[in-house]
Design a protein around this ligand. Structure first.
Ligand SMILES: Nc1nc2c(ncn2[C@@H]2O[C@H](COP(=O)(O)OP(=O)(O)OP(=O)(O)O)[C@@H](O)[C@H]2O)c(=O)[nH]1
Ligand SMILES: [Mg+2]
Length: 320
């Protein structure tokens, strides 16, 4: 793709991001890049761009907002040809992600004082896998980690977390299936305190059969956490499966009301060509994306960076 060379690439993406966004980059975003090979900016260009952005899962509202900004720059005479339009699109996409990043709470890790991360989300979105990735990430930063199996709904869920704990060499606090999640969290908080653990990662059940059930359970877990550490949880991480598209956004709204979500982990980006969902999340929820999941292994994970994300959508294949 010759035209991709015209982009100014400022942030080298991690190999995880580069391979994780491959499907998006080689699918819809390649077509977007190709749109700007035309000789002039016209109505058709904007119409085609609109269709592709919606197809990439940005959602109608976010697509309209982006096009509006772009058209405004054309009207003001800042953007005069397709190459400038493409660069402007890239800038506006980065700005959109950065706006949500401004709502980010600073994460302060203190040795021996547990940083409490509550991981929530719908069934199968990748909560437990993301916890394994986070454990790996914190271990790499030299922090001690404890996992808490507060998804007591299924025996397999507890076993899955224990298996990750063994593989990563990290202790896991678990009770029998069907136990009270609040009681498991209580033990987890106490263990973290007694052992001087730096990071506590709490796995929760994802079932959503009634919203009031979910709210009550998460509220109880929060109360138990706060009895030990009043300003915790320091992070309420909502895990969203990128392959579920706009549906994921609706789930996110429910969890945001129920759990006071502070950050998002966007998973399974490797399994979709619709990496545009990140923009819809950022604009419509205003919640920062903290991490992305790009595969099933603990290392298939990256801290979110708006520029690196946008750049990995637009280019990155050496063979192009
Ligand atoms: N390709 C890919 N698969 C992933 C990713 N994250 C998780 N998975 C897979 O998605 C499936 C579900 O992941 P889990 O971590 O068990 O999801 P969960 O949210 O804990 O599910 P429940 O406990 O049933 O609510 C597993 O097969 C994971 O290996 C990712 O980033 N990429
Ligand atoms: Mg799970």
């Amino acid at each position: 793709m010759i035209f991709s060379r015209f982009f100014r690439r400022r942030t080298p993406p991690s190999p995880q991001l580069e391979s994780g966004l491959k499907r998006s980059r080689q699918g819809i975003f390649r077509q977007i890049v190709q749109l700007f090979e035309r000789s002039q900016i016209d109505r058709e260009l904007f119409d085609d761009l609109e269709a592709l952005l919606i197809q990439a899962d940005l959602g109608v509202a976010t697509t309209e907002a982006l096009l509006e900004r772009l058209q405004e720059r054309v009207r003001r005479g800042e953007v005069r040809d397709p190459v400038e339009a493409r660069e402007a699109l890239r800038e506006e996409m980065v700005a959109l992600l950065e706006a949500a990043m401004r709502n980010r709470r600073v994460k302060i890790y203190q040795r021996g004082v547990p940083f409490v991360s509550l991981v929530v989300g719908v069934n199968g979105t990748g909560k437990t896998t993301t916890i394994a990735k986070l454990a790996r990430y914190h271990l790499d930063q030299g922090r001690t980690v404890l996992l808490v199996a507060a998804d007591t709904f299924r025996a397999a869920a507890i076993d899955q977390l224990k298996a990750w704990g063994e593989r990563l060499g990290v202790p896991v606090i678990a009770h029998a299936p069907g136990a009270d999640p609040g009681a498991v969290v209580f033990d987890g908080m106490q263990a973290a305190h007694n052992r001087g653990i730096d990071v506590l990662l709490i796995d929760t059940a994802g079932r959503l059969h009634t919203k009031s059930n979910l709210m009550a359970e998460l509220a109880k877990i929060r109360r138990v956490i706060q009895r030990h550490v009043p300003d915790a949880p320091h992070e309420v991480l909502l895990v969203i499966d990128a392959t579920t598209g706009q549906n994921g956004l609706n789930q996110a709204r429910v969890f945001t009301e129920a759990a006071g979500v502070t950050d998002i982990a966007l998973t399974k980006l490797d399994g979709t060509a619709k990496g545009g969902i990140a923009f819809a999340i950022a604009r419509e929820l205003g919640i920062p994306i903290a991490y992305v999941g790009t595969g099933e292994k603990p290392t298939d994970f990256a801290e979110f960076d708006p520029e690196a994300y946008v750049d990995a959508l637009f280019f990155g294949d050496e063979e192009d």
